[in-house]
Design a protein around this ligand. Structure first.
Ligand code: PEP
Ligand code: MN
Length: 347
């Protein structure tokens, strides 16, 4: 879909009795007319989002095409990520683990990959405690240019080794399209950090790769802006996007950021994409990780991403919000209880 113009402004809802041949026929007619049809997942009824020049599409007898039930406009500015476009929850599968549709992800690990020992040690204890994915930054967005910037490719290689060792898929941040090839080579999930949420070239670049994306909400981004950023990724063909609420900037200084807990049900209402909550960056405080993790799950989150470090006092980044191993294991057990109580599944 690269380079396509126009936007999806309407959806063709097929009759339940329609078949693949009718869908194929409509897709071909749209292409012929210089437009493009985007089929929404495997839900019944099948929904085709139409992208293209408005006037051109208006000239097509869409309602008269075989198998068509109704043609309805999508009123929201975001289309592919909207609940209107896909009613059922998107479920992202990564090896043996799933996210969304009642499957809860517990992503855990250090803020930064600092050494082989640190990361492999962390991978072992988070897996033991029930984590379903391993996090760790190899490229770090730091406020100060003098602060530790990450291990780069060496860090990615260590993450890949940790995945081999534990079987946990790894999630790591991409900051620059120039690092895309390396990150794709070693990581399972690509994180787009809060500071890059509106780096539109970066969003389009990850829209073209075959890796799920963890898209973090910008520090001062509205919910609609987050959904529009996700739309950039989906528009290029990559619809495996997880939305991450990680706290926003407010006047409050008691916490590092303010966790917008209401964003969780709002995002779930407006979008079919999984919603992940990051209580670590939202609060900056270890003592707030447990209550906010439980609150996020109660609000309907599909997963959590939590920072933990074997020796937080020595961490090169975000030590103050990183849980030590025992505390992480205790909280992970509480999270598992909460997931079971909600009737959902961890992983
Ligand atoms: C991180 O995950 O370590 C990070 C820098 O997150 P954010 O982009 O949410 O600040
Ligand atoms: Mn961090």
């Amino acid at each position: 879909m690269k380079g396509s113009v126009g936007s999806i402004d309407l959806m063709i809802v097929m009759r339940e009795s329609s078949g693949p041949a009718e869908v194929e026929y409509i897709l071909a007619r749209l292409e012929e007319a210089g437009a493009h049809g985007h089929v929404s997942g495997t839900d019944i009824p099948v929904v085709i989002g139409v992208i293209g020049d408005r006037e051109l599409i208006a000239g097509l007898p869409l309602e008269a095409f075989p198998g068509v039930d109704t043609v309805v406009p999508i009123l929201k500015p975001y289309k592919l990520v909207s609940r209107e476009f896909r009613r059922s929850d998107t479920v992202i599968t990564l090896g043996e683990t799933k996210v969304g549709g009642g499957h809860i992800a517990l992503m855990a690990g250090p803020c930064s990959v600092e050494s082989r020992d640190q990361l492999l040690g962390t991978a072992d204890y988070v897996r033991e405690a029930g984590a379903t994915m391993l996090r760790g930054g190899a490229y770090k967005p730091r406020t100060s240019p003098y602060a530790f910037q990450g291990m780069g490719v060496e860090g990615l290689k260590i993450l890949a080794e940790a995945r081999e060792r534990t079987g946990l898929p790894v999630v790591t941040e991409l900051m620059d399209p120039r690092q895309l090839e390396d990150v794709v080579a070693y990581a399972d999930v690509i994180q787009i950090g809060a500071r890059n949420m509106q780096n539109f070239h970066l969003l389009s670049a990850v829209g073209e790769v075959d890796r799920p994306i963890l898209l973090k909400r910008g520090l001062s981004a509205t919910i609609e802006e987050l959904l529009m950023a996700a739309e950039y990724i989906c528009k290029e063909g990559n619809e495996r996007v997880m939305l991450c609420e990680r706290g926003i900037r407010t006047f409050e200084t008691a916490t590092r950021n303010t966790l917008d807990i209401a964003a969780v049900p709002v995002l779930k209402q407006r979008s079919h994409l999984p919603v992940i909550v990051d209580p670590s960056h939202a609060t900056g405080k270890v003592e707030l990780i447990e209550p906010l993790s439980l609150a996020a799950l109660a609000a309907g989150a599909d997963g959590l991403i939590i920072e933990t470090h074997p020796r937080p006092e020595t961490a090169l980044s975000d030590g103050a919000q990183s849980l030590p191993p025992k505390e992480f294991a205790r909280i992970a057990a509480r999270i598992a209880e909460m997931v079971a109580w909600l009737g959902k599944t961890l992983g």
